[in-house]
Write a protein that binds this ligand. Structure first.
Ligand SMILES: [Zn+2]
Length: 216
């Protein structure tokens, strides 16, 4: 049984590593994005409210997310042969880290928790977010990292590559500021507990994966 909490700035390649680890160790994935999208399908008060907050680009309040996590974790608790859980994009602030600690303690899993920080500098994060491209035809995302930087055409379908329009310098700065203010205290929290694994994210996807596996 493993519980992995993945932390990293936008552009750190966290999502890619989460998908890999999920497969590798047969883990259950908990991402609040997925949980919220699923919940929003119910057209009751909370469902509509989640959609409304999403559309405004706002943050869903902690108690609502916590309820969704709890329901999900309770369900997983009853699953036979549960190999573990991977959390991506959570906790979002220190309050949520404390709450998640208590939740895992409640289920008797607190000794299983490991937090992985994929560390990249602000400059690297900015480069990756502003310079990453997407295939116009098959929509494959081409990260601005390693060999991908030099690609002229999509490696899957040979389609033309264009820059993603949703990342602006301003939006990137905003996300980095959020990381500093809300996520860095979480990183320090897990470090103090002695469960933090810090990985150098300024290297190829394969190297990052290797480093994670070496340290887990
Ligand atoms: Zn393509």
């Amino acid at each position: 049984m493993k519980i992995i909490i993945l932390l990293g700035k936008s552009g750190s390649g966290k999502g890619t590593q989460a998908a890999f680890l999920k497969e590798k160790f047969n883990l259950e994935y908990i991402g609040s994005g997925d949980l919220l999208r699923e919940r929003a399908k119910k057209k009751d008060f909370t469902g509509k409210k989640i959609t409304e907050i999403f559309n405004k680009g706002g943050l869903i309040p902690t108690p609502i997310i916590l309820k969704l996590w709890l329901d999900k974790i309770e369900k997983l608790r009853n699953k036979k042969n549960l190999k573990g859980i991977i959390m991506d994009g959570n906790p979002r602030k220190i309050l949520e880290a404390y709450l998640i600690d208590e939740v895992f303690e409640y289920y008797g899993w607190d000794k299983k928790v490991q937090a992985i920080l994929i560390h990249i500098s602000d400059k690297e994060a900015t480069d990756r977010l502003l310079k990453r491209r997407v295939c116009r035809d098959c929509k494959e995302i081409i990260p601005f990292v390693g060999e991908f930087k030099k690609l002229k055409k999509c490696f899957k379908c040979q389609g033309p590559l264009v820059y993603r329009s949703d990342d602006t310098k301003k939006s990137v700065e905003k996300r980095l500021a959020w990381f500093k203010k809300d996520v860095e205290p979480i990183v320090r929290h897990y470090k103090k507990k002695g469960v933090l694994i810090k990985i150098n994210g300024d290297q190829s996807i394969e190297r990052v994966t290797k480093d994670i596996l070496k340290n887990l």
